[in-house]
Design a protein. Structure first.
Length: 234
């Protein structure tokens, strides 16, 4: 088997930087390709996405331009919805399809209405709710410059999720879906996450891993061993 590309889509508020560690943690025959969203990281200052459709259209172009052979798409939280929608865009554009997609930490489209709403909250309350999810530091609240910077990006990302109105999907994806959830993540309960199986005509695998909403970023060696196996498994 040759090298496999792993296109990685960040969670809300995250930049491509969150996946840089993965380049050294996964096997050498897996090429980690982090995707940067507009307005995030090195693209800070670019106009934020207006919708999930806008975002997935842009990401589709970015991935299609980088495909070299076999590849997998991994998305975490917001990144999972974008990975799913982008895969449909790739199908519609006639691009080479991923061998599978790996979706972590968010309910499937038809259950997205269950997700809590945050964007109506005042800035500090909004940020406190985000910090409680486990990946944003309390230091952000205590530093006005960091607070303003983080709030701008997080608000834009949460808005497109809260505005997301999934349309009917004419066909099921003809590729496997791997679904991951943290055992302490209230945002992705098992009973709901298993319904991702409705979106594929192939096998849908479901796994509960140790951790909160951001279990994939706990620097746990066993997670990378697990992910390496799922990426390569036929």
């Amino acid at each position: 088997m040759g090298k496999i590309q792993l296109f990685c889509l960040p969670y809300a508020g995250g930049s491509s930087h969150i996946y840089f560690e993965w380049k050294h943690k996964l096997a050498s025959d897996i090429e980690v390709v982090p995707i940067e969203y507009k307005g995030h990281g090195r693209l800070y200052g670019d106009k934020f996405y207006d919708s999930i459709d806008d975002a997935s259209s842009d990401i589709c172009k970015k991935i299609a331009s980088k495909i070299e052979g076999d590849y997998v798409i991994y998305g975490h939280s917001l990144g999972s919805i974008l990975a799913f929608e982008t895969t449909y865009k790739l199908l519609q554009s006639g691009s080479k399809m991923p061998s599978k997609i790996i979706l972590a930490g968010i309910r499937p489209p038809h259950l997205i209405y269950k997700d809590k709403k945050y964007t109506h909250l005042p800035k500090e309350e909004f940020m406190k709710k985000v910090i409680m999810m486990g990946q944003t530091s309390q230091e952000v609240l205590d530093n006005k410059e960091l607070l303003d910077y983080s709030y701008e990006i997080l608000l834009a990302d949460f808005k497109i999720i809260e505005m997301y109105n999934p349309q009917s999907f004419p066909v099921k994806l003809d590729i496997p879906i791997v679904v991951l959830s943290g055992d302490r993540d209230e945002e992705s309960p098992e009973v709901d996450m298993r319904e991702w199986s409705n979106y594929t005509s192939k096998i849908a695998e479901f796994y509960i891993l140790e951790g909160n909403h951001f279990f994939a970023f706990d620097h746990n060696p066993s997670f990378f061993q697990f992910l390496d196996d799922r990426i390569k498994r036929n």
